[in-house]
Write a protein that binds this ligand. Structure first.
Ligand code: HEM
Length: 473
C-alpha cells in the first residue's frame, strides 16, 4: 500500500484540506471521483500540484515536460511493489511477479521475454482469431432490443482475449475463466482489498484470495495442456512460455502465471471499454458515423476485415485515436512512488511520496487540443502530438506492451460491429462516468437500442449526466 501519511511539508502548493475531514476527506474525493479532482487541480494552471496543500502524499504533474520528467526515470519514479500484499504461496501472492508491480532488472527481463508475443509476425497470426471470435459473438447481439452495449463489448472482447491469449475457443471453459479472472482483477486492486488486507470471510481481500486460487488453477491447467500438446500454437501464452532470456532461461511457472493473468487484467477491460466508448461517440455524431460507414463499405464491401485493410481505413484509425483522446480507458497511470528524494519541475519531493500522471488531463489540454471536449477525428489529419502529450497507452519504459495488439483488435472489431448494427440512445438517458481500478467506465452502462446497420439514422436524442464534463457536441 502506498505511504499516505507522515510526510514533512514540501514547497508544492495545492488545495487546503477540507475542514474537519482533512486528509481522509481529500483521499476519499480522489478515490470517489478522480476525474473531477484532476480537472480541478489542472485548472490551477500549475505543472506540479499536491492533492493537499504542501503534502507530498499525492502529487499531480501536468504538461508534456513534467510527464516526460517522471516517465523517463522509471528507476526513480517506480511502480508500487507493495500494492498487492499476500503470502507468497497463495495465488494472490504470485501476483507479486505481475508486470505492473515489478521494477528494475526484473521488469526489464520479463518485458523482454514477453515482447515476442507482441511482435508484428505474432500479431498477424492472432488476427484471424480476432475476426473469427468477434463474428461468432456478434451473433448474440440482438436487433430490436435495448442492451447495455458496454456489457456486450466486454463479453465480445472477453471471448477474443481468451482465444488470442490462451488459445481457448468460445465455450464453457473460456467463459468461466474469463469471468473469474475479470472478477479477480477487480477485487485485486479494489481500495477495500488494499486498505483492509485481512483474510476474514466477506472482505474483499478474502474474496480476492479465493478467486485467485480458481484462476491460477485454470491457468496452470492451460500451461500443462500446452506443454503436453507440444506443437506451436498461435497465442500469447504459448509465445511467452517458449521465450528464453540471454542465458536461455524461461519464466518460472509462477512468473508465467502472474504475467498471463496480468496481461488479461491489463488488456481485457481497457480494450472493451474503448470499443464501447467509441460506439457511444459515433451514436452521438451521425455525420462522422456516416462518413465512417462509407469508408468501411468502400474498402470492405460487406466482407470481414483483414490485416491488410487496416492501413487503408484512415478515418477508422482517426476515429479510434480521437475516441481514446476524449475517453482514455486509462485516465490515470499507476501512481509512481519516489524511490529516493528527487525533484519534479524543480520542486524537491521526498522518498516515498506518490506521483500521479493523467493521460486524461493531457488529452483535454486546450492548448494542445483546441476544443478538447469536441469529438473531431479529422483533427488527426495534420496533428502529431509528442509521446507525452497524447498517451492513451502511457509512455516510456512502462508504456503498454499490448498497444499494437489493442489497436489491431479495435481496428478489426469496430468495423465488424458497424457493418452489422447501429445504435441509438433514448432521450433523457443519464450517462455518468466512473473510474474503477484505473479504468474509465460508464457508471451505469451504455443502454442503447440496437438496430440493423441499414436502419435510418435518427438525430441523437438529448441525454444528461456528468459525461458532459468531458464531451460537448
Ligand atoms: C485500448 C486498450 C488498452 C489501453 C488503453 C491500455 C493502456 C495502458 C496504459 C496507459 C499503460 C501504462 C500504465 C502506466 O504507465 O502506469 C498500460 C500498460 C500495460 N498494458 Fe495496456 N492498454 C490497453 C490494452 C492492453 C492489452 C491488449 C494488453 C495485453 C495484451 C495490455 C498489457 C499491458 C501491460 C502488461 C502493461 C504494463 C507494462 C509495463 O509496466 O511494462 N494492455 N496499458
Amino acid at each position: 500500500m502506498p505511504q499516505l501519511f507522515g510526510f514533512n511539508k514540501v514547497a508544492i502548493r495545492g488545495p487546503k484540506p477540507l475542514p474537519f475531514i482533512g486528509t481522509i476527506g481529500s483521499l476519499y474525493k480522489l478515490l470517489n471521483d478522480p476525474v473531477d479532482v484532476v480537472m480541478s487541480l489542472r485548472s490551477r494552471g500549475e505543472e506540479v500540484v499536491t492533492l493537499m496543500d504542501q503534502n507530498p502524499a499525492v502529487i499531480f504533474v501536468f504538461g508534456s515536460e513534467r510527464n516526460r520528467e517522471v516517465l523517463s526515470q522509471p528507476a526513480v519514479f517506480r511502480h508500487d511493489e507493495d500494492l498487492i500484499k499476500a503470502p507468497p504461496e497463495t495465488a494472490m501472492g504470485k501476483m507479486r511477479f505481475g508486470m505492473v508491480v515489478i521494477n528494475g532488472d526484473l521488469h526489464k527481463r520479463h518485458r523482454k521475454l514477453m515482447q515476442p508475443a507482441f511482435q508484428k509476425s505474432a500479431l498477424d497470426s492472432y488476427a484471424p482469431n480476432i475476426v473469427a471470435t468477434t463474428r461468432v459473438m456478434l451473433e448474440q447481439w440482438k436487433i430490436g432490443e435495448v442492451s447495455m452495449v458496454d456489457d456486450l463489448c466486454r463479453e465480445t472482447v472477453l471471448a477474443m482475449t481468451m482465444k488470442c491469449f490462451y488459445g481457448l475457443d468460445i465455450g464453457k471453459d473460456a467463459h468461466e475463466l474469463g469471468h473469474l479472472a475479470a472478477e479477480w482483477g477487480k477485487t485485486l486492486v479494489a481500495p477495500s482489498t488494499i486498505l483492509l488486507p485481512f483474510n476474514i470471510p466477506g472482505l474483499g481481500y478474502w474474496k480476492s484470495l479465493k478467486l485467485g486460487e480458481s484462476v491460477v488453477a485454470y491457468l496452470s491447467a492451460i500451461i500443462e495442456n500446452k506443454r503436453q500438446k507440444g506443437n506451436e500454437q498461435k497465442d500469447v501464452m504459448w509465445s511467452i512460455m517458449n521465450a528464453r532470456d540471454d542465458e536461455g532461461k524461461p519464466l518460472t511457472e509462477d512468473e508465467l502465471i502472474a504475467q498471463s493473468a496480468a496481461l488479461f487484467f491489463a488488456g481485457h477491460e481497457t480494450t472493451a471499454v474503448t470499443l464501447a466508448w467509441t460506439l457511444f461517440l459515433l451514436e452521438r455524431h451521425p455525420a462522422i458515423h456516416a462518413a465512417l460507414m462509407a469508408e468501411i463499405d468502400t474498402i470492405l464491401g460487406g466482407r470481414d476485415p483483414e490485416v491488410e485493410d487496416i492501413q487503408r481505413m484512415e478515418l477508422l484509425n482517426r476515429v479510434i485515436k480521437e475516441s481514446m483522446r476524449i475517453f482514455p480507458a486509462v485516465p490515470f497511470l499507476f501512481m509512481r512512488v519516489c524511490a529516493e528524494d528527487a525533484t519534479v519541475g524543480g520542486f524537491g519531493v521526498p522518498k516515498g511520496s506518490n506521483v500521479m500522471i493523467s493521460p486524461l488531463a493531457a488529452h483535454h489540454d486546450p492548448v494542445r487540443f483546441p476544443e478538447p471536449k469536441r469529438f473531431m477525428p479529422n483533427r488527426w489529419i495534420d496533428m502529431t502530438p509528442s509521446l507525452y502529450e497524447y498517451m492513451p497507452f502511457g509512455a516510456g519504459a512502462r508504456a503498454c506492451i499490448g498497444m499494437l495488439f489493442a489497436e489491431r483488435a479495435l481496428r478489426l472489431m469496430l468495423p465488424m460491429v458497424l457493418q452489422r448494427f447501429r445504435f441509438s440512445m433514448a432521450a433523457g438517458t443519464r450517462i455518468d462516468r466512473l473510474t474503477r481500478g484505473n479504468i474509465l467506465h460508464p457508471r451505469r452502462g451504455l443502454p442503447m437500442r440496437i438496430e440493423a446497420a441499414s436502419a435510418s439514422a435518427p438525430q441523437p436524442a438529448p441525454i444528461t449526466g456528468d459525461i458532459h464534463q468531458l464531451l460537448e457536441y
